[in-house]
Write a protein that binds this ligand. Structure first.
Ligand code: NOJ
Ligand code: CA
Length: 694
């Protein structure tokens, strides 16, 4: 045996003898010693782990292992062959992001195990402890007699120490576009929650007790706990199924058409299973654990990747002013209308204009599960791409390509190279993809292994073509934007367009939950910036409204992190509010520093960020349906600098359901000694631009 009872700074190993055999415990401590993880191999070979923070249980003893269908074995009883451990401390600089430097500081232990029963498969479990949480992954090393294998189930469990308050959406193999629910774990009823949802294109609800990750929880003793995964590669997405009696969350992987979960070959490493934990909600939002568990990109020149703000021939289709399809006489993506957007973008300093409905096929694009939908290279006759390419270039604006696949992913795969070459030929450097509809290959789900591989293939291929990528309706992000820095944003949750949905829509608290859930995996193309809240502007039959104040829409540019930010509303609506629009024009999309000033999931978030390479700061504060007072110190500001703060705030009488457009703008000189006090309306917010004056 290569290990013995030992005690290093961050690792202890001990053996407890019983009559027949002995149980072994490997204890890992985080660099600051606040987190303790025990991995225990019981006398019978059963493998469990548990996690404590400052003596409080975060995860109680929980099972690890697999059920394979090829070969047909259960991998849940092991002998320990070897223990390796290390402490790693380094820093790295993301190409773009919320901060300019990230510290990667963790302890690690790797258990090399062998299945006790025949055929004696070898499996490693790697645990990493950061000061703010844990990652664990399995490795199937190369070994004689075990090469190809199929995962039927992953046994990983998270046994929770209490009936925590949870922020959850129903477990689903196809959609993550649900409205968030808040309840005790024991009260989760995903089937009931899903039954209220009428506006999601394709769903495959798992069952009453299943939820998606990132799952955010708050314990009775004040711990904030987030469960998710990192580096989802060649494997299906993780969902969790709760056993309400034991409060244990069981890994539930998305199946393929055969009912299996993953078809694999050694050597293989699973994605990381992550638990981020803190007694401060702000630290959950500041965590870089998931990014640190992803691999850096291959060495290359990435100077072509540019964070950007864009407008789109887009919302006007969603609110019924125009259509994607040409037939019917209301086509949005005409040459003239696109020029209007290009002019507006150019006049106001935007980088890009997204154009949806530019290509033939929208007359019959959804609902028929058909193979041939779009070819991604044929513009409608009233959309003169040659002319628009030249026009956009002359105005210093880039067109953003739209590839709606309608779920026909085999069709898209066949056409990827042609489509990307076509884009590059027309000077386009960013693509928004979409996956509305049932997937082809028929029987595959949006979040299964096949589709995960597809999204990653698209990320890799666009990277090789030097194309920036924004995916809508993909699997939940898991920090892969580190490995694919061109994969700048995803929707992958209920985004702002659901404001337009007849039922449920976007509640005022939704935007206070998303950063704790969906955005833990990466930037979100939420598409903020709606100024016209009553959505019957073009279609009197619509009774829906955007449940926000205008000032909150501005604040979202800071609280909802993305290096690709859309100004979602129509040029004519922005023209009604030029003074408020100024904030969207000014706000940065890439940052040297980020300070999470205050946060409580479901209630409020206040964030300040320092624009990359400047002395300017921007602050965003949002609240749920309740009014609150923002009252924060500005002590993050640069020393010995006086700033002019332009404060965009809810005016007296503003609220989300009666007077969303009531805002006021004031200017005040501040320094790092100043305090900022601003009332936030129900469903409201506040945005502040801080510019150095001396
Ligand atoms: C859903 C996307 O999320 C939305 O942004 C897009 O406009 C439609 N699909 C049409 O592709
Ligand atoms: Ca709330």
């Amino acid at each position: 045996m290569k290990y013995m009872n030992a005690c290093f700074l961050w690792l202890s190993i001990w053996t407890v003898a019983t009559t027949q055999a002995h149980a072994q415990t490997i204890q890992l401590r985080s660099p600051d010693h606040h987190l303790k993880l025990n991995a225990v191999i019981a006398a019978n070979g059963g493998l469990t782990y548990e996690l404590h923070r400052k003596g409080i249980a975060v995860v109680k003893p929980s099972v690890l292992g697999f059920v394979l269908s090829r070969p047909e074995v259960r991998l849940d009883q092991f002998e320990l062959l070897r223990v390796d451990s290390s402490l790693v401390d380094n820093t790295w600089k993301p190409l773009w992001g919320e901060v300019s430097t990230i510290r990667n500081f963790y302890t690690e232990v790797k258990l090399s195990l062998r299945q006790k029963t025949s055929p004696g498969i070898r499996l490693n479990v790697v645990f990493r402890l950061f000061n703010d949480g844990m990652g664990l992954r399995y490795e199937f090393p190369e070994q004689p007699g075990f090469v190809h294998f199929t995962v039927k189930d992953e046994l990983t469990a998270f046994s929770l120490a209490g009936d925590h308050k949870a922020f959850w959406i129903p477990g689903d193999f196809d959609s993550n576009e649900y409205s968030y629910q808040t309840s005790r774990l024991s009260e989760i009823d995903a089937t009931k929650a899903a039954a209220q949802e009428k506006d999601i294109a394709v769903t495959a609800v798992i069952g009453p007790h299943s939820v998606q990750t990132p799952l955010m929880m708050k314990s009775g003793n004040g711990l904030y706990i987030n469960v998710h995964e990192a580096a989802l590669i060649n494997y299906p997405a993780l969902n969790l199924t709760l056993d309400p009696a034991s409060l244990t969350l069981q890994a539930t992987l998305v199946p393929d058409v055969t009912g299996n979960k993953a078809w694999l070959q050694t050597p293989f490493s699973t994605p990381w299973r992550t638990v981020i934990v803190s007694d401060m909600a702000t630290e959950i939002l500041a965590s870089k654990l998931i990014l640190n568990l992803n691999a850096p990109p291959p060495a290359d020149d990435y100077s072509w990747i540019k964070p950007q703000k864009f407008l789109g021939v887009w919302w006007e289709m969603h609110v019924g002013k125009a259509t994607w399809q040409m037939a019917g006489g209301k086509h949005g993506a005409t040459t003239d209308n696109t020029k209007r957007y290009i002019d507006f973008a150019s006049r106001h300093g935007f980088d890009g204009v997204l154009v949806e409905g530019w290509n033939a096929g929208w007359e019959d694009w959804f609902g028929n599960w058909k193979e041939e939908v779009f070819d991604f290279v044929t513009p409608y006759p009233d959309y003169d791409l040659q002319e628009l390419t030249a026009y956009a270039r002359s105005k210093g604006v880039k067109l953003i390509m739209h590839h709606e696949t309608s779920g026909s992913v085999t069709n898209y795969e066949r056409r990827l190279d042609t489509a990307y070459r076509f884009m590059k030929y027309h000077g386009m450097e960013t693509v928004k993809t979409g996956y509305v509809g049932k997937i082809i290959p028929r029987g595959e789900h949006h979040d299964g292994q096949w589709m995960v591989n597809h999204y990653n293939r698209v990320a890799e291929k666009t990277r090789s073509y030097r194309i920036m990528l924004d995916a809508h309706e993909p699997v939940h992000p898991t920090g892969l934007h580190r490995t694919f820095p061109n994969w700048m944003a995803n929707e992958a949750a209920r985004g702002s367009e659901f404001n337009n949905a007849p039922t449920l829509g976007i509640t005022p608290e939704h935007t206070t939950i998303l950063p704790f859930t969906r955005l833990m995996g990466g930037p979100m193309d939420f598409t903020p910036g709606l100024f016209h809240m009553q959505l019957n502007q073009f279609d009197p039959a619509r009774s829906t409204r955007v449940r926000t104040t205008l000032a909150k829409q501005l604040a979202l540019y800071v609280t909802m992190y993305s290096p690709l930010q859309m100004a979602a509303d129509l040029p004519e609506n922005y023209e009604q509010y030029p003074d408020a629009f100024q904030f969207i024009k000014d706000v940065a999309v890439d940052w040297d520093d980020t300070r999470i000033l205050e946060a409580e999931p479901g209630d409020y978030i206040t964030i300040a960020r320092k624009a990359k390479g400047t002395t300017s700061w921007f602050l965003g504060a949002i609240t749920d349906e309740n009014a609150r007072e923002l009252n924060v110190k500005l002590d993050f500001l640069d020393d010995a600098v006086t700033y002019e703060a332009t404060v965009y705030q809810d005016a007296p009488g503003a609220d989300w359901d009666h007077h969303p457009e009531l805002y006021q703008i004031r200017q005040v000189k501040v320094t790092r000694k100043s305090q900022l006090k601003v009332p936030l309306a129900p469903g409201g917010g506040c945005a502040v631009a801080l510019r150095k004056i001396k």
